[in-house]
Design a protein around this ligand. Structure first.
Ligand SMILES: *Cc1c(COP(=O)(O)O)cnc(C)c1O
Length: 390
């Protein structure tokens, strides 16, 4: 008797998380068991501690190199959510005399939006910029919002639902013109667009490992080394990470994030070229699906190739998702999937409520093959034609 396992769904949800690259998992496994480098990297009294520390410092260099930073500018966190919290709250609290005003946008990730709302309750003032239909914030728009007491501007590099790319260098330049600092959430940007903190004028940048073929539960905040960059810790304790973030460093997670970012530095450009071809193939196929329209920006320079957000005008969104159960995709952002409200990002870029409810985010990555795209297209065509028009 032969046993057959049902085929796994086609994974087209890389913007929610990526699988850990096998090369990264191999590095991660070196720092766990008794015969390995499991020691506390903060242990100064024995060689095992120093060796673990060396692994942490090598990873710090790998992440720094991927964004043209100095290793001393990398602060390890539990992910981009914590990095966003530390950047906004830690910076605003430490720079009250500089100004109580923060500028951000209405389509940031919840890690930024909810942190900014918490700061409002603390007495800080927030200006919420609304994006254009292309999901981008224009530097001129930011200029109009800047004030004498603006201490920080926080605008994401790549939007996680639409894939729209902000002009980070242009936005940072405006912030600096008014004496403010510039933070960007780059969780969706690493490996998708070129990141260079020097060339782009970035003061604070949030990174996540699991959006870039590393493990979940680790990330980093880039903090520019300069006397004016003060950050108040949110997590108090042993004074790790130059007092900005206490807690025993998870060597295995950190070494894995280092390896993941080293791989991005080597491979991301070729990878994105390949993924752009997949996107083109997917969009050609989608053009034949009645009622399908693109929510993501159309212009190639304005969008990462790995995220395609589509509305299906003629069908009910829930039914479509059910019919597409063999394709793993997101409705809006995975972080909001517990709620049935339409995506706030889609509403903000002007997608009507009914269409927003009938929208899906397809996101591709390192292990997506042409056959996956073709199979997904067949399933989409079949699902749409099988559903009664709304
Ligand atoms: C995934 C994501 C986050 C959260 O990152 P975690 O490492 O999961 O905490 C923050 N911002 C954006 C844009 C993201 O895509």
């Amino acid at each position: 008797m032969t046993m057959t396992t049902p085929p796994l769904p086609i994974y087209l949800d890389y913007a929610a998380t990526t699988p850990v690259d096998a090369r990264v998992a191999a590095v991660m496994q070196r720092y766990l068991t008794v015969d390995q480098l499991f020691a506390n990297p903060a242990s100064r009294s024995h060689m095992l501690g120093w060796q673990a520390e060396q692994a942490v410092e090598q990873a710090r260099r790998q992440v720094a190199d991927a964004i043209n930073a100095d290793p001393r500018e990398i602060v390890w966190t539990s992910g981009a959510t914590e990095a966003d919290n530390l950047a906004l709250t830690g910076f605003m609290r430490a720079n009250r005399e500089r100004g109580m005003h923060l500028v951000t946008s209405t389509i940031e990730h919840k890690a930024v939006i909810d942190t900014a709302k918490a700061l409002e309750r603390e007495g800080f003032e927030v200006t919420w910029l609304a994006p254009g239909a292309d999901g981008r914030i224009q530097p001129a728009q930011l200029r109009a919002a800047m004030r004498d007491d603006t201490a920080l501007v926080s605008l994401m590099a790549v939007n996680n639902e639409l894939g729209s790319i902000n002009d980070i260098a242009g936005l940072a330049a405006v912030a600096h013109e008014f004496g403010a600092c510039f933070h960007t959430d780059a969780a969706q940007a690493s490996g998708r667009i070129a990141l260079d903190v020097v060339a782009q004028g970035i003061d604070l940048m949030s990174l996540s490992a699991h959006k870039a073929y590393g493990p979940k539960g680790v990330g980093a905040l880039y903090v520019k080394r300069s006397p004016e960059m003060r950050i108040e810790a949110l997590i108090h304790g042993g004074g790790h990470e130059r007092g900005m973030r206490s807690g025993t460093l998870p060597t295995h997670q950190i070494a894995a994030m280092g390896e993941a970012f080293a791989l991005l530095a080597q491979e991301a450009e070729a990878e994105q070229t390949r993924i752009a071809q997949l996107r083109a193939r997917f969009l050609t196929g989608i053009a034949e699906v009645p009622g399908a329209r693109l929510n993501s920006p159309e212009a190639e320079a304005e969008v990462v190739p790995n995220i395609v957000n589509l509305a299906f005008a003629d069908v009910d969104g829930e039914s479509l998702l059910m019919a597409l159960r063999d394709v793993a995709v997101s409705t809006g952002s995975a972080c909001n999937s517990a709620s049935v409200d339409p995506s706030y990002v889609l509403l903000e870029v002007g997608v009507p409520r009914a269409l927003a409810l009938a929208s899906l985010r397809f996101s591709f990555g390192r292990f997506t093959q042409t056959a996956d795209i073709d199979h997904a297209l067949t399933l989409i065509r079949h699902a749409v034609s099988g559903l009664r028009p709304r």
